[in-house]
Design a protein around this ligand. Structure first.
Ligand code: C5P
Length: 232
């Protein structure tokens, strides 16, 4: 039996409207380097990868500004309307290279603060897993539930069983591809890889990760990410 290879897919085709900037958030500078370059390097420089593909939008004018676009180890493909479509595009790009039992790491383009220790633990803890799993952080705030559109609290949710899903998420290529394709064919909403794999009847493994592996979403996250990186 051959040792499974490890591939990296970066969905980077989002427009990041909540940031309110003149360009998608993954193309903003953070401590002198583009967020997308930081996110790619956080995995590429710290794992033994067989290949890497970044899914960008069809009309992306910024890709050529990245360091990654000049790195021969990094390829790009055209993403889709939804995050899941972009990941599927990346997985399709790997078709013919990746085997069904190979591993795929999927890491958000807007998550520049992945600590090398978390990546190493994710890979180590999942090595013999049949399906895969994800980095996640325990929820620390008290959680309230309301009806969509209402400002009234309906109930307080027990947080002891809840986790915040982070990336990278790491799954077997064959399982992940069919789970995402089935979800797309049946119009089921999936906001991360794990939810597609869960819907396919599997039980992904949770690997506890650092809570400061934040996804840059709103302007205040830039200052936070800057601070996190200053402490690495
Ligand atoms: O918008 P959000 O922050 O949830 O996006 C998470 C990741 O998915 C980002 O890296 C974004 O670029 C990517 N994405 C994508 N294709 C889309 C939408 C989002 O690759 N159509």
């Amino acid at each position: 039996m051959t040792t499974p290879k490890l591939w990296l897919v970066i969905p980077a085709a989002g427009s990041g409207q909540r940031m309110g900037s003149d360009r998608p958030k993954q193309y903003l500078l953070l401590r002198g380097r583009l967020i997308l370059d930081r996110a790619i390097a956080s995995v590429l420089d710290n794992a033994d990868l067989a290949g890497c593909v970044v899914a960008i939008s069809a009309d992306d004018p910024h890709w050529q500004e990245t360091e990654a676009s000049r790195d021969p180890r990094v390829h790009h493909c055209i993403g889709g309307q939804l995050r899941a479509d972009s990941v599927i595009a990346g997985l399709q790009w790997l078709e013919g290279q990746a085997g069904p039992d190979d591993w795929v790491l999927v890491h958000d383009a807007a998550r520049p603060c992945l600590h090398p220790g978390d990546l190493a633990r994710l890979i180590r803890e999942l090595t013999d897993h049949k399906v895969g799993g994800l980095l996640a952080a325990p929820v620390t705030d008290t959680l309230k539930k309301s009806v969509t559109g209402s400002d009234e609290v309906l109930e307080t949710v027990d947080r002891r069983e809840l986790w915040r899903a982070l990336t990278p998420q790491m799954f077997r290529y064959g399982i992940l591809k069919s789970a995402l394709q089935d979800a797309a064919a049946e119009n089921r909403s999936v906001t991360d890889e794990s939810s597609a794999v869960e819907q396919a009847g599997f039980f992904p493994c949770i690997v506890e990760g650092r809570p400061d592996n934040i996804k840059v979403t709103v302007p205040a996250d830039l200052a936070l990410a800057d601070f996190v990186l200053s402490r690495f």
